[in-house]
Design a protein around this ligand. Structure first.
Ligand code: B12
Length: 369
């Protein structure tokens, strides 16, 4: 093995070890230890590499630890309280890194001004905060608006403080119709949009369908911004069906409008198919209704973007969550069947439900359905 490889290996080991230690501090609610660790990872603020080391600390140390929070929560190996505490600690760590780097000499000349915001209804602000701090490290002047920004207030902000671009973050796909409205409103105000976050699908599939630029992370966004984004003209104002012509069949509108009725009927049908549900406590019944509400919301979103994969991915995710909590995924089948029956006159919704049902009845390797 060459010396260079050995050194790289050691650096990787250090990264892994740091990640493990930050993870342990985060789930142990040890904020002091976590902040000390990231400060040590960044090193002295007088170092000439402080900005690049700070960026690596944000993207290769804190971000993966935060992703692990999600993985372990989904696997039911940490509690919701631990997930909340770890997220709060990671937010504090991001601030610590940002403060260290802000104090470092030799800040780059600002290449421009951008606004970073989460789509209305979106609580996942930490990813947007990471994007913000990386762009600031690279010199951008960033207005960070945080979680769930109502579209009209985002637009009002852009009129008050013009920006070269809006960076729109969303983690939950069910916010895609709202994201679409925000994208076209920003563009109608003459501001280009870079979308990002898990909601926009693999390789930003849904962002592209909504005529937004897309980047996988802050570094990708920086590249797009420095290449220069075309400013939309006033005729960018448009109705959603211009980007998504399938919306003309009204299936999305009708599924959305009948959501309450769909949930009520599905709950009744699930009770018939699964009698133990009748003995559920009020609390358990409310959770079941909430699960069905999520299923209908994701179905409507899949109809909106016309993509069966979106719904199948959600159902597979729900199945994993249930299995990790000792509930057999087949308990989802009566709900899917009820919806398929209720929506039998809606060809796109029927296709989406059939695809998800098929995926659910194929057992994961080594697992019963
Ligand atoms: C922390 C967390 C929360 C916190 C958020 C607090 C906060 N201040 O952010 C709270 C508790 C509020 C929360 C709530 C919920 N959550 Co949550 N949450 C998470 C968790 C664990 C971490 C999110 C995160 O910070 N990820 C780390 C970042 C670094 O990764 P990232 O999101 O991929 O971001 C990177 C890129 O995507 C990109 N990026 C992101 N945005 C942008 C924007 C631009 C412009 C660009 C260029 C790039 C970019 O750059 C980032 C850095 O590299 C995730 C699990 C996970 N793995 O992500 C679940 C997760 C996102 N949550 C989930 C769920 C279900 C929920 C709830 C619905 C739970 C509930 N039943 O109430 C609610 C929804 C609330 C809402 N209306 O939005 C699910 C979503 C699953 C799905 N099917 O969509 C996940 C995936 C959990 C899981 N493992 O299953 N959650």
């Amino acid at each position: 093995m060459s010396t260079q490889n050995t050194l790289t290996g050691e650096a990787d080991l250090r990264q892994d070890e740091l990640r493990e230690r930050l993870w342990l501090a985060a789930i142990d609610c040890d904020e002091t230890q976590a902040v000390a660790l990231v400060r040590r990872a960044v090193g002295p603020e007088s170092s000439p590499q402080v900005r690049s080391v700070a960026e690596r600390t944000l993207l290769r140390l804190i971000a993966p630890v935060q992703e692990r929070v999600g993985v372990e929560w989904a696997a039911n190996t940490i509690t919701v309280a631990q997930e909340h505490a770890a997220t709060a600690i990671n937010e504090r760590c991001i601030s610590a890194v940002a403060e260290l780097a802000a104090a470092a000499p030799g800040a780059p000349e600002p290449p421009g001004r951008v606004t970073v915001a989460c789509v209305d209804g979106e609580w996942h602000a930490l990813p947007a905060r990471l994007v913000t701090e990386v762009l600031r490290l690279r010199g951008w002047h960033v207005d960070y608006l945080g979680a769930q920004v109502p579209t009209e207030h985002l637009i009002a902000h852009l009129h008050r403080r013009p920006a070269d671009a809006v960076l729109l973050s969303s983690s939950i796909p069910s916010h895609l119709p709202t994201a679409h409205t925000a994208i076209s409103a920003c563009q109608a105000a003459g501001v280009p949009v870079v979308a990002g976050g898990a909601a926009f699908g693999p390789q930003g599939r849904y962002a592209h369908r909504m005529q937004a630029a897309w980047a996988p992370d802050a570094v990708g966004a920086h590249t797009l911004l420095t290449q220069g984004l075309e400013r939309p003209t006033a005729d960018a104002a448009r109705l959603p069906d211009l980007d998504l012509p399938h919306l003309n069949d009204q299936e999305y509108t009708l599924v959305r409008q009948s959501k309450r009725q769909l949930i009520k009927q599905t709950l009744t049908d699930v009770e018939d198919a699964f009698p133990p549900l009748r003995t559920y406590t009020e609390y358990q019944r409310e959770r079941t209704a909430e699960d069905i509400d999520h299923i209908v919301t994701y179905l409507a979103t899949a109809v909106y973007v016309d993509d069966a994969d979106l719904f199948t991915t959600f159902i597979a995710w729900t199945a994993r969550i249930l299995r990790a909590r000792g509930v057999p995924p087949r308990s989802l089948l009566p709900a899917l069947d009820s919806l398929r029956h209720q929506l039998k006159d809606f060809p796109r919704a029927t296709h989406i439900l059939t695809a998800a049902r098929g995926a659910l009845t194929v057992p994961a390797p080594g697992q019963p359905v």
